[in-house]
Ligand binder design. Structure first.
Ligand code: IVH
Length: 717
């Protein structure tokens, strides 16, 4: 970013600016001060290698602020002074990510990584794959969009499809450049992904201070002092402090959390003609990160290793696991990525994770504690979950006092007793688990866990279906099930009713204002207003949220209904080719099972749902309340010229991405399959095609170039 000569010049310039400079023209002074401050920000926040005293830095900053205030016409959006005091953001606007923010697949040992290598080789048809290995930062994901060199959007991960635009908060994170010279690299618009985190020592210091404040406060309270405010909080762990920080309303408070941002990926970068520059002028992941680093971003260039094969990548992962404790930031593993962007494109992604990358998770951290009691909770589907209440214990940055122990078989298998000493484990963002009990620690006072025979909420006798692990309450009006069902309905990834959370659902239910899902659309607002702590403002927000939910697409509504075994993906499959939700009632088991990824269990559950009177009544009431039940379905526009034909793509495609090619085939009635066999109709071979091409030639399968494939679609076979 700054070479030796520029560094020396900027140091000198800074020194002269610190001296009296009244005679200089303000415009030039302002410009020089900005350059010098940006340089020192970069040294401090990106390189972690400051070369200026705090006092000198503050003096320069104050000078710049004063000059800008005296000359408001020289104000600029990318000035370092723009990073402070943004005031309050009430509601963060929701933004759709340019491409979904995916997760990573996990691996835990060398074997898993070798399997990953095999699958990459198979997908790309290559014998040698170069990988990169870099830390898996344990913070909060962020997406940054720059347009014409300026930071334009900064969004949280949210549900992966859309997040909150928290740009004012991002601007106080000094390792995020407000502007960068992308033009120089031919980039007009780019989206960069990264992770916001807090350095371990910075976090520890904050916690130490908070603990001190808390004990001072408690002392005052014991003395009976008044007006001491509320009890000071102590942060639980660095990751939650970072992600909570991103969503704080007051950017001034955000600036005090010491947040930093590493960047590790870009999936979208276009030039002024709208053409992608990825895979064209940027060929590898390493080059991409190097470019970002050169432009002033905190890319992990000191941490990243380029590996010639998976064995080297495995070694890099285990070397890092050893030195993990010495690294200044929390990391919960390493990320192994295919370096070549062309090969990444060929690998593609599932709806959950890219196939060209995998997380290598470090071994979990464990603690031991006492199991005090077991409580039984009723879930949305009526399944009874035993929950172990623990003597609170610190584990990998969080305090654990309650842990699910799943079902009766699990309790038997692990021989869990009340009063046992148990070992609990937590790896990364995974929910803590009981690994085992320590029988040697028993003193005879331990008690057997007795599973209830009746529902703890409504006392209906519990049933256990053969082959299933859970005991269930089959009472469809069991209060616990109804409440959980409504919580699921309003949740973010279902109907996404803003201002309607878990506690509100429970409260309205307990107060008798809400009985079932359709009741959400018939709330007695006049009476709700009387509830303590619920002002006109909250009621207004709630009304808006509820109204907005009425126009959600039908796959969201189908998911929100809470049909057993129907997750978000299945809801999309079910609604793909229907115009109205009620069409699902007409589908028999066979039709349902013929759908993509729908097996007998899901089919049975959907069928049952749409043949239950109670559910049909709910649907009728929701329709009556004005919810959207319909959609237009895209007619297949292709003229089916590829009907019944199968295709395999191999090598690097120049004119289209893998997904685009797949869409084209499907729109024209054909099918893309994974392997080459005698039955295959066409192999489309791009550059660097390998063994698939050879196999196809051996089997005398027709081989097409990319151009031939395209003209086939335009002109017909
Ligand atoms: S690459 C398509 N690299 O881990 C790009 N992710 O558990 C996929 N993460 O969602 C992301 N460090 O928020 C990548 N070096 C790194 C990462 C990293 C942390 C996060 C990221 C991701 C999550 C998956």
């Amino acid at each position: 970013m700054y070479d030796k000569k520029t560094t020396q010049q900027l140091i000198k310039l800074g020194q002269s600016l610190l001296k009296d400079s009244r005679s200089a023209i303000p415009e030039i002074l302002i410009d020089d001060l900005r350059k010098v401050i940006n340089f020192h920000d970069w040294r401090y926040y990106v390189l972690s290698d400051s070369i200026i005293s705090d006092l000198d830095y503050d003096t320069l900053f104050k000078k710049l602020k004063a000059l800008e205030e005296a000359n408001p016409n020289f104000k600029s959006k990318d000035s370092p002074t723009e990073r402070v005091a943004f005031g309050l953001t009430k509601d963060f606007p929701s933004v759709k990510h340019i491409a979904p923010m995916l997760s990573l697949d996990n691996s835990y040992n060398a074997e898993d990584l070798k399997d990953f290598d095999e699958s990459v080789k198979k997908l790309t048809d290559q014998e040698h794959i170069v990988y990169t290995v870099e830390p898996k930062f344990d913070g909060a994901g962020i997406s940054l969009v720059y347009e014409n060199d300026n930071l334009f959007v900064a969004a949280t991960r949210g549900d992966g499809v859309k997040g909150d635009d928290i740009i004012n908060n991002a601007k106080v994170i000094r390792s995020i450049p407000l502007s960068a010279n992308f033009k120089q690299a031919g980039i007009q618009k780019i989206e960069i992904r990264g992770e916001v985190l807090i350095r371990k020592d910075v976090f520890d210091k904050m916690v130490e201070q908070q603990k001190q404040d808390k004990s001072d406060w408690q002392e005052l309270k014991e003395k009976g002092e008044k007006n001491i405010g509320s009890e000071p909080k102590v942060f639980a762990n660095a990751r939650n402090t970072a992600s909570g920080g991103l969503r704080m309303q007051d950017s001034k408070e955000v600036s005090q959390r010491g947040l930093e941002a590493f960047v590790y990926f870009t999936g979208y970068a276009i030039d002024e003609n709208g053409d992608t520059i990825l895979r064209k002028s940027l060929k590898t992941h390493h080059e991409t990160l190097q470019l970002l680093y050169d432009l002033g971003f905190k890319a992990p260039m000191n941490e990243i290793t380029v590996c010639e094969n998976i064995e080297q990548a495995i070694k890099a992962c285990s070397d890092w696991e050893e030195k993990r404790a010495d690294y200044p930031y929390e990391i919960d593993g390493m990320v192994v990525k295919v370096n070549d962007l062309d090969l990444q494109e060929i690998c593609g992604s599932t709806s959950h994770h890219p196939r060209w990358a995998i997380a290598y998770k470090f071994k979990a951290k464990t603690s031991s504690t006492k199991l005090l009691n077991v409580e039984f909770q009723v879930g949305r589907t009526g399944a009874i979950t035993p929950v172990a209440k623990l003597d609170p214990v610190h584990l990998a940055g969080v305090t654990v006092s309650s842990i699910s122990i799943h079902n009766e078989d699990y309790i038997k298998e692990k021989d869990i007793h009340i009063g046992d000493t148990v070992i609990i484990e937590r790896s990364g963002d995974v929910i803590p688990q009981i690994v085992r009990v320590i029988p040697e620690a028993r003193d005879g006072s331990e008690e057997q866990v007795v599973f209830p025979s009746h529902c703890p909420e409504c006392e209906t006798e519990l049933k256990r279906v053969e082959g299933e692990a859970a005991w269930r309450c089959e009472n469809s009006i069991c209060p616990a099930k109804v409440v959980e069902g409504m919580i699921h309905f309003v949740a973010r990834d279902a109907m996404d009713i803003e201002g309607f959370g878990k506690s509100q659902v429970k409260r309205f239910y307990d107060e008798g204002f809400l009985k079932n899902i359709p009741g959400i659309y018939k709330l007695p607002y006049d009476q709700l207003k009387e509830l303590e702590g619920l002002g006109q403002k909250s009621i207004d927000n709630l009304t808006v949220g509820i109204e907005k939910s009425k126009i959600q697409p039908i796959h969201k509504l189908v998911y929100a209904l809470g049909i057993r075994h129907v997750g978000k993906g299945t809801a999309k499959v079910l609604t793909k080719n229907i115009r109205d939700i009620i069409e699902l009632k007409g589908f028999d088991l066979e039709t349902l099972q013929a759908m993509e990824d729908i097996g007998p269990i899901v089919a049975e559950s959907v069928h049952e749902y749409f043949h239950n009177e109670n559910n049909l009544q709910i649907l009728a009431e929701l329709r009556e309340a004005g919810l959207n039940f319909t959609q237009e379905i895209k007619e297949n526009t292709g003229n089916q010229i590829l009907a019944g034909k199968t295709f395999v793509f191999t090598g690097t495609l120049e004119k289209m991405g893998r997904n685009e090619a797949k869409d084209m085939v499907e729109q024209n009635g054909g099918k893309v399959v994974s392997g080459v066999s005698k039955k295959l109709d066409f192999l489309v071979a791009g550059a660097k095609a390998g063994s698939k091409l050879k196999k196809a030639t051996d089997l005398e399968v027709s081989v097409l170039t990319e151009e031939q494939f395209l003209s086939m679609i335009v002109d017909g076979i």
